[in-house]
Every structure is written in structure tokens, then in C-alpha cells.
Design a binder for this molecule. Structure first.
Ligand code: ADP
Ligand code: MG
Length: 710
């Protein structure tokens, strides 16, 4: 029977109880599922260490030697066995405090010690090491790379530790080696020089040597990335078949705004507007991602594109992640559109729009008098109906995920269809997604892999790069005198406090204390404060006071992180900067440097910092380039750990590939998937059956949540 048909229950060393646990903890149902559980690390058992060589505290080592002395301390449950181990030149300490009665030690016997050392007052010690008399050491025990498997608490309680997992998998090896059907065609394997699935699975668990292990892992990573790309690109190809509203005209409103702008567009802005307009006239639905660093002028691009739609007789909307941002977009757009008089009617709809104010908006959307609607998630409510919504901008905070996007996809389609018999019923609107911050290429290819990409790779001229300085919190006095100087020159200042989600009350307390402290330090100035717990109207009021220059200092939490635009503000002070991720710091810094004046970002941290935090601060000081920062963020934190897009946004659980380190493999995998789909977009060819079948299989197997993105 094929491994994929064999119930895990009946595999050796398993049984009903363990099978239940494997199913609920790992989603393992079949023998094949089991061999698809890859080791997370290997320990080289062919290498023997000397005690003098130990320095790394975190990896397993094995040492040959003898036990020279031991004694027990304490009684009953607190009983502890402590022994001295000697390798001929140096000694270390062994400690047991569980199952002490089972540990039998003998003097003058050669042992193989295996365990993880830790250092305590210059002496290395091993807690609960494996100690095997040399006479019982089999050749297999000291051969090659030993695989280690992730386990859960529940598994451990059922004695399903890494060793047990290893032995279950080891029992399956003979059948596996007899050969399993491959999931990748022979031509692709050959072109990319990849191992067969059989060989890769055998070597990922019990590698012949390091080279084989690496090749096995590369093959399995490729496979994982390949199927993700195949799925994403198939979605994209399907969507490319969607009809879209044709919007060929460049009309009077667009021209009027273009002419009234106080500055010329950058070349990059012009280019992306052309790219977007190409899509809008193509007769197909646009699905495009607009990337650009903080301050590159994405909002204006979005507005001009909305006007293209409006000039062609369609409505447009801009969806923002927060109310502050929606309000601000509204104000910004109204300011830009002021010279056009009443040629463009813009409305704002958020969670705090009153019922009374909603009615006219709902009417205006249905009868077409509102051209552009700006808002938050409130735009998705069922009672928001349009006459002919043709263009949707999603101004995306980095924590706004694929799943939410997908909701809007269907929602807008339904909106279009529900618009009883208007223009082209059934046409989904064009979609433009704007990222708030640059994202690394590998992420763009997975999280946004189904979108066409436009990049604004140029900032408006005359911007002075923000100068970033890292201070320890103790140098507050110096920071304050700098702030005072800037305010005396007419500038304004942000002071941002971190949110530590576990305890909102304490957070607010921190913020309030900070606010009080600043009030004391700057009695001659006025200070605003905003945070997420405030009523929206109070927030607006405080923001407006700051934006109008009535207050000089704005104390805030990260609610101001994305999009807020007050060009006269030149100083961004980030308190406890160590608590923020890189992309967040970059976003916050992007709030200054928006006018013609030199701006500054002061990162205040504790004195002692972890190595990672220090690196984050150093990167911030060293560069203003959002793309470089995004890459560094991915490297430092690893993809699973990145805030935002990744947690809520990636519908793909990666089991073996790593977006931070496998970008080359990802590029190849995407290319391979693209080649196949270029020939056969719907995977209908007989020779591509293997791919279609595997995609279906992956979709129903629970570890993938692909339904959400199509
Ligand atoms: P982003 O959303 O990309 O971070 P914004 O759209 O908020 O950036 O633009 C930042 C600032 O730059 C705004 O004040 C905007 O009016 C201004 N701006 C946009 N395009 C240009 C340009 N071509 N020249 C000068 N200033 C521009
Ligand atoms: Mg913006």
C-alpha cells in the first residue's frame, strides 16, 4: 500500500492513542504525513568533543570519558544527583534531579556522554545527559547526522518526544525507499537539478552526509515554494480572465487636478500612473500593488487614479486602516481638490459617522452624486451600496492581511453585481493595494504574489533625509534642550510611546506620565495627546490642533504610525525604541522629513540592549532606505515573527522553506510555476495532472488555508 494510503494508527510504534495525538497535534493522518514532518535540526554524531573545546552553550555535543565522583544531595522529591565527568584532561559536571534512582553510575567505565552543556561559574554542566557505557554504544549511534523533531507539550506527555518521532519515521524508511510517486515532473527536476521525492525524503530524515541533507532540504523547500507559487499564480491567471470596466479616457477632472498641483509629479509617480491606467483600459480587472517608501507620494497617485475612474463615469473608494488615516486622507484629498470646485464630490464614512450623516452618504452612493468615498472598514458594511463602483484603493497598513483583502474582493464583486443592472453587472472593480511600508521581495512574491507590482522608487525632490540619532534615556535633558531649540525655530515635535499590549491600563499610565513630564518640562508650550482608547472625535480634535500648529508637541502611541502628515513637524522622538520593530520605527520616522526643513528622529532606549536591538538601532541610524530596512527586518526577525502582514497575512504555513534565507529558491520556484502556467493556465493538460492533483491534495489537507485567497 502506498504510504499516503496507510493510516498512521497501524504503523509501527504508533497505535490508537499516539495516532490520536499525532492527528490532533501535527495533523498527521497517514504514513506519508508522518514522513512529511521534517527535522528542525541535526546533530552530528560522528563528532566527539573535548571539554576544553566547549564554548557554545546551545548545541548538543558528545564526549568520551569517565565518571570520577558523584554524590546525592537532598531527600525525596528534592533529591539531586551530581557527578563529575572527566575526559582525560578536563572535567565537567553532570546533574540529575528527576528519576535519580534510575541513574546507575560506575567508576572506571568508559562512557559516551551526550547532552547540551551550559556554563555556570566557569564550569560546564549537563543537566539530564544521556550517558551510555562505551560497550553498549552501537555504530549507528555515532554515525552521521541525527535528526531532531519538533514536538508539543501534549506529545511529550504521551512520550512522543523527538526520539519517538524519529523511531516511527525510521520504521517507514524501507517502504519509503522502495519509491513514492513524485510531486514534481521529471523535466522540472532535471532543469533545476533537484532530487527525486523519494531520495529527498530519505535524506531529510537520515542523511548520508551534510551535502545530501542540504540537497534534500533544497528539494523540499523548492517543492513547498513551488506549490505556493503555482496556487498564487493560478489565481492571478484566473483573475486575469476577469472582465474589467474599460476606463480609457483621460478626462477633465484628471487634467484639472494635474494642472493645479503646486509641484510637478516625480518621474516615478508618472510611470506608475501610466502602468495603472494601462490596466484600467485593458478591459480586464486590475489587481495591482503600489509599493513605495514612506513619503514617496502614494496618496496623490491614488487620487489621480480615482479621478481617471471618475472621469470615465465610475465611482471610486479609498479604504484606510484607521480612522485617523481616513480622516486625514479626506482632508488631504479635499485640499488637493479645492481648485476643482464642486467637480468632484468626496465623502467620508467611518465607524464614528453618525446615523444621521450616513443617510445622505448612502443616498449619494446609490444615485451617483458621490464620486469618491473615503473610509475605514465601515465601507464593507452590507448597506453600503454603489451605483457603479469601478475603482478601489486599499491603503494598507502592514498588518492588514490577505484574508481581509479577499473579503473586499468578494464584497466589491457583490456590490457590483447587486447594483441592479448598472453599466456592466458582474464586473469586479479595479483594485489598487498600497503598502504603507516597503516589503522585502520574497514577501511581496508570497503575500502579494497574485498582484501586479508598481514601485515608486523615487522621493519628491528637495527632501532632506531625516537624521537619526540613538540616545540612552538618561540623556533626556539634552533631548529636551534640542526640542526647545526646534520649537523656538517654529517647528513641531512628535513624542511616541510604545504600547505593550498585555496591559492597556499600564500603557496609558506610561503615556499619561510621559505627557505630564513633558508638560512640566515645557510649561511655555501647548501639548496634544492621542491614543487608541480615545473617542474618535477627541482624537480628531487633538490631531487637528497639532496639524494647525496650535499645539507644538504631540504625545502619542503608534496610532500615528501610518500616514499622518504634518509637514511642519521636524522631530520624532521615540521612547523605548527597543520595543518597536524595524518597520514600525521606519514608519514612525516617516512622519517627519515631509517639509523643506531638516528633520530628526531620536531613538531613546535603555542603556543595556540585546545584540538584536542594537542592530535594529544601528540600521535605523545608518539608512533611510525602506527597502533595505525591510530586508534587514526579515533577516533579523525571521518571517514567522514579523509583525503585520506575516502573522495575519500569510495564508501559507511554511514547513521547511524560510522567506528570509531562501529567496533564490523562491525565485526559481516561481519561475518554474510560471513556465507551467504560461503553457497551461488552468492545468488542464494531461502532463500537468500531477500538479493539479497535488494542489487539490494540499488544499484539502488542513495545513493550508488556500481557500482564503482565491
Ligand atoms: P506616502 O503615502 O507615500 O507615504 P504621501 O502621499 O503622504 O506619501 O506624500 C508625502 C508628502 O509629499 C505629501 O505632503 C504630498 O503632498 C507630497 N508630495 C507628493 N508628491 C509630491 C511631488 N511630486 N513633489 C512634491 N511633493 C509631493
Ligand atoms: Mg500614505
Amino acid at each position: 500500500m502506498e504510504l499516503s494510503q496507510r493510516d498512521i494508527t497501524y504503523c509501527k510504534n504508533v497505535g490508537a492513542k499516539r495516532a490520536d495525538i499525532l492527528r490532533s497535534e501535527l495533523g498527521v493522518r497517514t504514513a506519508m504525513d508522518m514522513v512529511r514532518q521534517y527535522p528542525y535540526k541535526y546533530i552530528d554524531r560522528s563528532r566527539f568533543y573535548r571539554i576544553a573545546e566547549l564554548d557554545d552553550e546551545d548545541t548538543y555535543v558528545q564526549i568520551i570519558g569517565e565518571v570520577t565522583e558523584w554524590h546525592t544531595i537532598g531527600i525525596g522529591k528534592a533529591k539531586r544527583l551530581s557527578a563529575t565527568f572527566f575526559d582525560g584532561t578536563h572535567q565537567c559536571e553532570l546533574v540529575w534531579f528527576k528519576g535519580v534512582q534510575y541513574v546507575k553510575l560506575q567508576r572506571g567505565v568508559k562512557y559516551l556522554l551526550f547532552g547540551k552543556p551550559s556554563r555556570f561559574q566557569h564550569v560546564f554542566n549537563f543537566v539530564h545527559p544521556e550517558l551510555t557505557p562505551w560497550s553498549k554504544v552501537t555504530p549507528e549511534m555515532t554515525q552521521g547526522l541525527e535528526p531532531y523533531y519538533n514536538t508539543t507539550e501534549k506529545m511529550k506527555r504521551a512520550n512522543l518526544n523527538s526520539k519517538a518521532v524519529r523511531s516511527i519515521i525510521a520504521e517507514l524508511m524501507p517502504e519509503l525507499k522502495a519509491g513514492v510517486p513524485d510531486t514534481i515532473g521529471a523535466d522540472v527536476l532535471q532543469r533545476y537539478r533537484l532530487m527525486s521525492l523519494t531520495e529527498a525524503l530519505a535524506n531529510v530524515h537520515f542523511p548520508r552526509d551534510t551535502q545530501y541533507m542540504q540537497n534534500a532540504r533544497a528539494r523540499l523547500k523548492f517543492e513547498e515554494l513551488f506549490y505556493i507559487q503555482l496556487q498564487i499564480l493560478r489565481t492571478m491567471k484566473r483573475r486575469e480572465q476577469n472582465p474589467g470596466y474599460g476606463m480609457p479616457a483621460v478626462g477633465r477632472r484628471f487634467h484639472a487636478l494635474y494642472r493645479s498641483l503646486p509641484f510637478p509629479l516625480t518621474e516615478a509617480q508618472k510611470r506608475v500612473i501610466r502602468e495603472i491606467h494601462e490596466d484600467m483600459k485593458s478591459g480586464r480587472q486590475m489587481n495591482r500593488l503600489l509599493q513605495g517608501d514612506v513619503g514617496s507620494g502614494k496618496t496623490l497617485v491614488a487620487l489621480l487614479c480615482c479621478l481617471l475612474a471618475v472621469d470615465n463615469g465610475y465611482q471610486a473608494c479609498i479604504m484606510a486602516p484607521t480612522e485617523i488615516l481616513a480622516n486625514q486622507h479626506y482632508e488631504t484629498l479635499k485640499a488637493f481638490l479645492a481648485p476643482l470646485g464642486d467637480a468632484v464630490h468626496v465623502a467620508l464614512l467611518t465607524g464614528s459617522t453618525s446615523a444621521k450623516n450616513r443617510a445622505p452618504i448612502h443616498d449619494g452612493l446609490i444615485n451617483g452624486t458621490i464620486h469618491i468615498l473615503i473610509g475605514t472598514h465601515a465601507l464593507l458594511e452590507d448597506n453600503v451600496q454603489w451605483q457603479n463602483l469601478g475603482f478601489v484603493v486599499i491603503d494598507e497598513q502592514h498588518r492588514f492581511g490577505v484574508a481581509q483583502r479577499a473579503k473586499l474582493w468578494t464584497k466589491s464583486r457583490r456590490v457590483a453585481q447587486d447594483g441592479d443592472g448598472y453599466a456592466m453587472p458582474g464586473c469586479p472593480p479595479h483594485i489598487l493595494v498600497m503598502t504603507a511600508t516597503p516589503i522585502p521581495r520574497t514577501l511581496a512574491m508570497t503575500v502579494y504574489g497574485d498582484l501586479q507590482v508598481s514601485v515608486i522608487d523615487e522621493l519628491p525632490p528637495g527632501r532632506k533625509p531625516v537624521q537619526t540619532v540613538h540616545y540612552s534615556l538618561q540623556r533626556r535633558a539634552q533631548v529636551y534642550s534640542f526640542v526647545r531649540k526646534q520649537i523656538q525655530e517654529g517647528r513641531q515635535v512628535y513624542v511616541v510611546f510604545p504600547l505593550i499590549k498585555e496591559n492597556e491600563k499600564l500603557d496609558l499610565q506610561d503615556l499619561q506620565n510621559g505627557f505630564n513630564e513633558l508638560c512640566e518640562a515645557f510649561p511655555e508650550y501647548r501639548i496634544s495627546m492621542v491614543h487608541g482608547q480615545m473617542k474618535a472625535s477627541d482624537k480628531d480634535l487633538q490631531m487637528q490642533r497639532f496639524a494647525s500648529g496650535e499645539t507644538q508637541i504631540l504625545v502619542a502611541t503608534t496610532v500615528i504610525e501610518v500616514g499622518v502628515n504634518v509637514p511642519n513637524a521636524t522631530v520624532m522622538i521615540i521612547q523605548n525604541a527597543e520595543r518597536f520593530g524595524l518597520s514600525q520605527l521606519h514608519q514612525l520616522r516617516g512622519r517627519v522629513g515631509r517639509g523643506g526643513d531638516q528633520s530628526y528622529c531620536l531613538l531613546l532606549t535603555r542603556n543595556e540592549l540585546t545584540a538584536d536591538t542594537r542592530k535594529r538601532m544601528d540600521i535605523m541610524v545608518a539608512t533611510n532606505d525602506g527597502f533595505r530596512i525591510a530586508e534587514a527586518d526579515l533577516q533579523l526577525r525571521g518571517p514567522g515573527d514579523l509583525e503585520g502582514t506575516l502573522q495575519s497575512g500569510t495564508p501559507f504555513d511554511l514547513h521547511i522553506a524560510n522567506l528570509a534565507t531562501d529567496s533564490q529558491l523562491l525565485t526559481l520556484a516561481r519561475q518554474a510555476a510560471m513556465d507551467i502556467l504560461d503553457q497551461d493556465p488552468l492545468l488542464e493538460d494531461e502532463r500537468n495532472r500531477i500538479y493539479k492533483r497535488q494542489l487539490d491534495f494540499l488544499r484539502i489537507s488542513q495545513s493550508y488555508n488556500w481557500g482564503e485567497i482565491s
